[in-house]
Design a protein around this ligand. Sequence first.
Ligand SMILES: *[C@@H]1O[C@H](CO)[C@@H](O)[C@H](O)[C@H]1NC(C)=O
Ligand SMILES: *[C@@H]1O[C@H](CO)[C@@H](O)[C@H](O)[C@H]1NC(C)=O
Ligand SMILES: *[C@@H]1O[C@H](CO)[C@@H](O)[C@H](O)[C@H]1NC(C)=O
Ligand SMILES: *[C@@H]1O[C@H](CO)[C@@H](O)[C@H](O)[C@H]1NC(C)=O
Ligand SMILES: *[C@@H]1O[C@H](CO)[C@@H](O)[C@H](O)[C@H]1NC(C)=O
Ligand SMILES: *[C@@H]1O[C@H](CO)[C@@H](O)[C@H](O)[C@H]1NC(C)=O
Ligand SMILES: *[C@@H]1O[C@H](CO)[C@@H](O)[C@H](O)[C@H]1NC(C)=O
Ligand SMILES: *[C@@H]1O[C@H](CO)[C@@H](O)[C@H](O)[C@H]1NC(C)=O
Ligand SMILES: *[C@@H]1O[C@H](CO)[C@@H](O)[C@H](O)[C@H]1NC(C)=O
Ligand SMILES: *[C@@H]1O[C@H](CO)[C@@H](O)[C@H](O)[C@H]1NC(C)=O
Length: 404
Amino acid sequence: MLSALTTFALLGSLVTAIPQVTKRDSGTYANCRTFYSDVYAQTTQNIDLASVIGAPPANQQALVESSIEQFAAGSTVMQQIMAAPKIPVNGSYNLWFEYCEPKNGNATGIFQTHHGIVGNAGYWNVQLDNSPNNSFAESAAAAGWATLSYDRLGVGRSAKPDGTNIVQISYEIAQSISIAESLRSGNLSDLGQFNKIVGVGHSYGSNLLTGVASVSPSAFDGLVLTGFTNNATTGPLGLFSFQSTIANVAYPSRFASEKNDYVITPNVYVDQTGFFHYPNYTNSSLQMFTMNKGEYTLGQQNTISAPLQLMNNYTSPVFVVTGQNDAPYCAANCYSTSSTSSNSTSSGNSTSMPSQLDTAKTLFPSASAFETYVVPDTAHGINYHTTAYQAYLQIISFVQNQMI
Ligand SMILES: *[C@@H]1O[C@H](CO)[C@@H](O)[C@H](O)[C@H]1NC(C)=O
Ligand SMILES: *[C@@H]1O[C@H](CO)[C@@H](O)[C@H](O)[C@H]1NC(C)=O
Ligand SMILES: *[C@@H]1O[C@H](CO)[C@@H](O)[C@H](O)[C@H]1NC(C)=O
Ligand SMILES: *[C@@H]1O[C@H](CO)[C@@H](O)[C@H](O)[C@H]1NC(C)=O
Ligand SMILES: *[C@@H]1O[C@H](CO)[C@@H](O)[C@H](O)[C@H]1NC(C)=O
Ligand SMILES: *[C@@H]1O[C@H](CO)[C@@H](O)[C@H](O)[C@H]1NC(C)=O
Ligand SMILES: *[C@@H]1O[C@H](CO)[C@@H](O)[C@H](O)[C@H]1NC(C)=O
Ligand SMILES: *[C@@H]1O[C@H](CO)[C@@H](O)[C@H](O)[C@H]1NC(C)=O
Ligand SMILES: *[C@@H]1O[C@H](CO)[C@@H](O)[C@H](O)[C@H]1NC(C)=O
Ligand SMILES: *[C@@H]1O[C@H](CO)[C@@H](O)[C@H](O)[C@H]1NC(C)=O
């Protein structure tokens, strides 16, 4: 894991609106619409990853070999990645957005969401088994909040530039800040102006938000980090278990046009291992996850822990929500912890039992509130479990208590 990346100096900037807006079938509580927008951002903190791992792998067997070499005894690949020179990245990229607002009345505020790797914007609006209960956007709308989700750079319907040196977490941190600034100034598409913006992340998206808290502590008025701890699994249930496979090899019909540094999990049982706790989900849920999952890049995979090295002066509330059986962030047992007391303030609903979620507290030394919630009988892909609805109620309750 990366450990020596120092201060970021990123600058978010303008987001230009493209007038093209597509109406989408409305849900139970939310009216949703989708649109594309060009987002400008710049950073000096990407790394020259190509100088370490080279050009995109020639084929799948070459990728398997380089994954082994990264984890081989005595390997220095991780140290080389940490020491790689910084490179500036700037420019405008076209991103795909989904915006959902309450059917009744004006929104109290907006959740700006950031999905994880293997996910896409759809993670926040899971329409499953003819119920609104797995959709974060529906639960938010029922409580009077709007939700803005986007396919992060390199994913799904958004732009797919160089997957090694451009599509990395530092540049995505700058993009997230740029989008939040646009929401505040009211110039993202036709969404209007928001003065209460909560950053919501899942997994890689939560790592990304810890970076935003360092680079631009005022971008968000609150943070909700799901599928997250500061104790990522390094053993067999960690990122290695995703078995990153060249996307155009794993699913040629979906990803034929993508370069070989765009990768994905190869099958449904790998998805179960990484994201699900049996039997607290339905079969249609697991199937839907696998059919709709998103690709990610070698640049994202190799920079995911960079923001965790940064200190911050973030002074707003932070809520960490992670499944009890989360594999990549808790080695499938969040209650197995060396901490002896919980450092999170109990919200009345939060358990006071110590858990690995408490490790996230060290990332936010100045937060005005820090709370955790361990979702019972649930793994990394919270939103696809039968417990999703109760997790959403906790999030909404935290936000209403802390921010209204
Ligand atoms: C949108 O607002 C931001 C922040 O105020 C500003 O920097 C940018 O120029 C604006 N973009 C457009 C297209 O007006
Ligand atoms: C934009 O990136 C290029 C390299 O691609 C760099 O030469 C230039 O200095 C950067 N500009 C800014 C404003 O960061
Ligand atoms: C919603 O906001 C608009 C524009 O600010 C305002 O005209 C309208 O009265 C508001 N509606 C409600 C129900 O508050
Ligand atoms: C959604 O969850 C609520 C609260 O548990 C429940 O009352 C409702 O029946 C659920 N809706 C569906 C369609 O399952
Ligand atoms: C999925 O379906 C199989 C076959 O019916 C069943 O054995 C299994 O328990 C189901 N899984 C879940 C999570 O319900
Ligand atoms: C998880 O599934 C088991 C077996 O069906 C059930 O007993 C348990 O109540 C479920 N847990 C939650 C939190 O719903
Ligand atoms: C935090 O704030 C202090 C005092 O304003 C400042 O000296 C320090 O550089 C800040 N740290 C970061 C990481 O921004
Ligand atoms: C970090 O995770 C490991 C299991 O991967 C666990 O043994 C350890 O106690 C955890 N550390 C903390 C501080 O919770
Ligand atoms: C606890 O959660 C329930 C929903 O599960 C919510 O109605 C209640 O307001 C919460 N209480 C506190 C103190 O957060
Ligand atoms: C909790 O706080 C105690 C003392 O304030 C500290 O020693 C411990 O490391 C903290 N635990 C975590 C998981 O942050």
